[in-house]
Design a binder for this molecule. Structure first.
Ligand code: ADP
Length: 582
């Protein structure tokens, strides 16, 4: 193995050569990509060593899915594609789940996998880890490329970067066969073949007519509402969004990962009146949010419709970078296609200086409902039941996040997700990272690692005990890199809760039940981190405060009432059995 980017060939007369390994590293670095999340093995082990040798940060995981999730969320946080590196076939497949999830969530990510020899794979002659990875990846991501020759590495990386971040961001697969890494070429020609991508995510400016149409609709609204999605958070147009909300005076609702674009304590936040404002609003301005299942497809009772298929009568203005998102569920009356920053700037310019505030009747109705619900929640949070429940435990997390607004919050689970989202206020943009569009389990420790690596801030990961299990082994990774991650497991002994019974009366526990009183904190201790066991809010608070202060990897096993929690959390209606019960 040669650690130098360029070397003198022993065969040719003092010709300076480079190789595939170094061209990939140089191409990434040239584009400002300095971190790789991955897992070494054939054929990319040497590549990981060399990348580290060349000054890149290589974060090595215990399972590729977690590395992939880390890369995906790094992409969301930074706007640059996160890189996940895997071995061939099984490693590639493990990374693919994260790539598909990144694409679904519009996170820019590049999965780079080593692959076996093309000639043998194509003739299906049974190579080591033989698999036609490019063909398998294609339907699951935004774009997929393979590079066969060292002189094409520059183009391959450039195309991957552009595909990941331009337009609607997403996941890209880059297939690098084992043979490519060892190919050599003239070093000067190699350097010249690399591309520094100019303007990888160009602004997309909305048309003047489209802007006017949106403004006219908004101006005539009696009960307007702004809905901020994670596309708005991703766009990093925080000041513009705040100006739009405040200048328009319109109440707004943040989707889960849009919490904190404006502080959740902002007086125009209508989060606490969600079930009131959605059916009542007459004009809804969607900003980087899709009308998918998370918004009941823009229809049905949530929106004031009479049945689940019924449209509520709202008019929609939608800001989105993807033109084909429009009308995907209901009619979009004023589509505003472009990037969030450009669209919001255009709206602000068109609104002028004397924008009429929404009718007081609407604002008062929203405020009244909100105040009532906030008071009700305060009452619930003030209770101190024994054992703890979700509310009393999360009341502590809420205080800790308030005191540490720069901390990152990772969140997954069913009830652990739903309750945290509604109880824990966020104060700054892109701090809340969660299960996203698929509501997927298993993002926890991958997201936590990347959140710490990319932000340098303390990370609090609020995990259901079931959700934690999907990526729990990465506590070793957290300890290995000494990351300031505090994992809080809300432990109720099972999936949803720990009290289900075996319907047959047999000796196996029910499929949703785990070992009672599992000592998850010992997992962290096993690798040199801090473990804590908390049965009261006071113990939880003390352990969290210590974790934030010390920045030591910490796992707090927060024991909550095993009867707490409902089946599937807030998406009970999606269980087929729920239909039978109707
Ligand atoms: P949420 O789940 O928070 O409602 P979604 O993931 O459903 O958010 O929606 C995000 C939307 O934002 C996607 O439709 C995507 O095309 C869009 N988007 C992503 N980045 C930008 C951007 N820079 N400008 C405009 N729209 C964007």
């Amino acid at each position: 193995m040669n650690n130098k980017a360029e070397f003198v060939s022993e065969n040719a007369e003092s010709q300076v050569l480079t190789d595939g390994f170094h061209l990939v590293i140089d191409a990434l670095k040239l584009n400002g990509i300095n971190t790789i999340y991955g897992l070494p093995g054939i054929p990319i082990t040497d590549f990981t060593r060399m990348a580290q040798g060349e000054g890149m940060r290589v974060i090595s995981f215990r399972h590729e899915q977690n590395a992939g999730n880390a890369a995906a969320i790094a992409g969301f946080m930074t706007g640059k594609p996160g890189i996940c590196l895997t071995v061939s076939a099984p490693g590639f497949l493990n990374g693919l789940t994260a790539l598909a999830n990144a694409t679904t969530n519009c996170f820019p990510m590049i999965l780079i996998s080593g692959s076996s020899e093309r000639e043998i794979v194509d003739l299906q002659q049974g190579d080591y880890e033989e698999m036609d990875q490019l063909a398998i990846a294609k339907p699951l991501c935004k774009a997929a490329f393979r590079v066969l020759h060292a002189e094409d590495i520059g183009v391959g990386i450039a195309r991957a970067i552009r595909s990941a971040v331009s337009g609607r961001p997403g996941g890209v697969y880059l297939d690098l066969p084992a043979k490519l890494f060892a190919q050599t070429m003239d070093a000067v020609a190699g350097r010249n073949s690399l591309i520094k991508v100019v303007d990888p995510a160009p602004h997309q400016i909305p048309g003047a007519e489209a802007v006017q149409r949106a403004i006219d609709l908004l101006k005539g609204a009696k009960k307007p509402l702004i809905l901020l999605g994670k596309g708005a958070a991703y766009a990093q147009a925080d000041d513009l969004l705040r100006t739009l909300v405040e200048k328009s005076g319109i109440p707004y609702l943040p989707m889960s990962m849009a919490k904190g674009i404006l502080p959740d304590t902002h007086e125009q936040s209508a989060s606490a009146a969600r079930s009131f404002v959605l059916p009542e609003a007459d004009v809804v301005l969607l900003i980087g949010a899709r009308l998918n299942w998370l918004l009941s497809h823009g229809k049905g009772k949530t929106w004031g419709g009479k049945s689940s298929k019924d449209w509520g009568g709202q008019k929609f203005i939608q800001i989105d970078i993807s033109p084909t998102e429009m009308d995907s569920n209901v009619r979009i009356d004023a589509p505003l296609v472009g990037d969030v920053g450009s669209c919001v700037s255009a709206l602000l310019a068109g609104m002028g200086n004397n924008w009429p505030q929404p009718p007081a009747e609407w604002l008062n109705a929203v405020a009244e409902r909100k105040n009532k619900n906030v008071a009700k929640m305060a009452e619930t949070l003030a209770k101190d039941p024994s054992p703890m429940n979700f509310h009393s435990a999360l009341n502590v997390v809420r205080d800790i996040v308030k005191a540490n607004p720069d901390a990152m919050l990772v969140n997954e689970g069913a009830n652990a997700l739903d309750f945290t989202r509604s109880i824990v206020d966020m104060y700054k943009p892109r701090k809340r990272l969660d299960v996203g569009t698929w509501g997927v389990m298993g993002i926890g420790m991958g997201f936590a690692v990347a959140a710490a690596v990319e932000s340098g801030q303390p990370v609090i990961a609020v995990e259901g005990d079931s959700a934690f299990g999907f990526s729990g082994m990465e506590v070793e990774t957290i300890c290995r890199y000494n990351l300031p991650v505090c994992v809080v497991i809300l432990n109720n002994n099972g999936v949803y809760r720990g009290t289900d019974k075996n319907l047959s009366g047999g000796s196996d526990v029910a499929p949703t039940v785990f070992v009672k009183d599992s000592r998850y904190e010992k997992l962290m201790e096993a690798f040199g981190g801090v473990g804590a066991y908390a049965t009261t809010p006071a113990e939880l608070r003390k352990a969290m405060e210590e974790a934030i202060k010390s920045r030591k990897p910490t796992l707090i096993n927060a024991i909550i009432d095993e009867t707490a929690g409902t089946e599937s959390g807030r998406i009970t209606s999606l269980n087929p059995a729920a239909a039978l019960k109707k």
